[in-house]
Design a protein around this ligand. Sequence first.
Ligand code: MF3
Ligand code: CO
Ligand code: CO
Length: 274
Amino acid sequence: MQNYIDAGLAPMKNTGAIRLYSQTDFEGMRRAGQLTARCLDEISDLVRPGVPTQVIDDFVYDFAIAHDALPATLNYRGYTKSTCTSLNHVVCHGIPNNKPMREGDIVNVDVTLILDGWHGDSSRMYPVGEIKRASERLIEVTYESLMRGIAEVRPGAHTGDIGAAIQEFAEGERCSVVRDFCGHGVGQLFHDAPNILHYGRRGEGVELKPGMIFTIEPMINLGRAGVKVLADGWTAVTRDRSLSAQFEHAVGVTHTGCEIFTLSPAGYTVPPYR
Ligand code: MF3
Ligand code: CO
Ligand code: CO
């Protein structure tokens, strides 16, 4: 049985209980989410051939500091960067480095800015110069998978409805859904209950209630779903080295449906971002 708790009364650790947030809390998430989304908007111009992912990381650090925020990944469980930059067959948790990106690469940039204690967690895909049609298609399928998951979010629905919608669409497009990582409760904690699986069956999982806040962040592969983590302890790659893509939004359950906290102020959805 799932347990729900008033977020104002809950201890600041993941106890497995699902926090229900107030309208004021939603305002905090709106501000953090919009700051992260602006940061992701501005990254669009940075991503081109010859630029190393470390340049993106430096930009995010400086952007955070300039806006009285902090990058949540910095010193999180031993992680030492301000973003995750996941290139090509990297599924997630790619570590920024000084290797120049190359024409035809695709990269996910995952940013979480903490503003006034609230975590705005979102990620997008960026093309590096001209990319192949297959890469473009994977990016579009992944974005549409996220949006179909979000379309399920309303009171009375279940987390399994989100997973099922994502899985049905992605697999219908001959892609596969990564099983090893999931979305998560978010708010004053970075990673909280419940887990949001990106596959599953309708009606299963946790019932959604107004006030819940979580991320949806499907990772979709062109090849098989299998993943392994490299020796650095972070970088997750596809076992078959096929291309992988991911988009992430932070959303809140409202009385009538859902609010997306991390929508792009510039109106960016899928590339090209302009
Ligand atoms: N931002 C990632 C997420 O969407 C988490 C990254 S944790 C890190 O949940 F330590 F790898 F940075
Ligand atoms: Co997340
Ligand atoms: Co994220």
